[in-house]
Design a protein around this ligand. Sequence first.
Ligand code: CA
Length: 493
Amino acid sequence: MENITLFQFFHWYYSAEGNLWQHARDEANQLAEWGITYVWLPPAYKSFGGTEEPGYAVYDLYDLGEFKQHGSIRTRYGTKEEYLECIQMLHSKGVKVLADIVLNHRLGGDKIERVPARKVNNDNRSEYVSDPVKIEAYTKFTFPARRGKYSNFTWDWHTFTGVCSNNDIYVILNEYSKGKWEEMLETENGNYDYLMGNDVEFRNPYVRKELKKWGSWYTKLTGIDGYRLDALKHISPDFFPEWLDFMKHHFRKDFFCVGEYWQNNVYTLLNYFETTGERVRLFDVPLHYNFYDASQRSDDYDLRQIFDNSLVSEKPEAAITFVDNHDTQPLQALQSTVEYWFKPLANAMILLRDKGIPCVFYPTMYEAKYFDIQDGEEVYVELNSIPAVGVMMKIRKYLAYGLQRDYFNHANIVGWTREGLDEKPFSGCAVLLSNGEEGQEEMSLGSRNAYKTYMDVCGYRTEKVTLDENGTSVFFVNGRSVSVWIDENAEMP
Ligand code: CA
């Protein structure tokens, strides 16, 4: 069984002047070399604001950079042809592709409608603060440049549950909503069905039918291998099981599926995982916040608690572990960027242990430099790359297999070993982390590794260690660092 690794191939500020599809195509070989199983590509369809927006403000799901809508033919990432070419190239190198599926909302409608609606309290959306009124809103989507190609479905106020007008949120009074939001699993903001733009009405059977039609069109056209589902917290939990089952039966294929449910409470994540019949793996948000916290607190943080209340410890088969993503990077809404010094440690913890499927974030390997406005001031951000993570990804692919032994004995120095497997030549590794002083720990890789000589492949430590007849040795780590020890004879591409 090969280890699975995901790679998020974009960040929030990836330049609109660039061409991500060409860039990903050109990196296909490198991604394969790192051992990436699935590349997560950003939303491929036309957004409100055209190339100015990363793709989550969906305008037209059928426009993959083919029609002149919202100011350009291409999307922020390139044209439809470039997208398809990129996927083909990745496939030719044995790398699979996850598509970003954004179905919760639509923005940038073509026509104004007069919509019957009631204003709600922003902090408690279940509470009306107006009588039924008619408001004017851009709720009609006719896609004039596409002119009915692929689908002649028109979106209007019967297909939406809520809108925003003058910074107020309104629930729409249509025949499906009858003035009520769809039920979510939790009660944040009274009800968190509404996130942004025009909120899609999933109780409308024509909407469900259209989204299945779109899903099969898109999946067939692109040949993608799985889905990353956006904004699950704001979509009725009974929608995606139906949609995913439809795809599975339609294509007679199991699609890899990971969902974004932004919630630090692991029990809410478990509830969602179970409610949706374990169909959707979830990003391990609590683990991300543990990393963030640990990186802020330095040696004041007890590393033995790093996996506490995380999804990967409570329900490993549900967890997609990650260090940072496009929402947590600096200047973003959920900004909680893990400090640079801690990133090698955090990446080792997601890549080299036996539980969870890790997702590595683009700037980790390709860096990111960008400006944005915060509180009226222009702020410049530089996220530097971490070459050691490239080595760790290869170790995950080739060597990080077999029985895991944990050595979580000290608050500031923790480690583990992997014993290796016979079918993986030279496999096995030992990992030691410190969030304080330089240190050491005696660890064992089992007698199958007796008398082997190990070295720190990340190069932070320069000595070699020789394992005794039980496969045991003292291993070393620098202060605020990580060392990853492998057989000195191991060969990786
Ligand atoms: Ca919603």
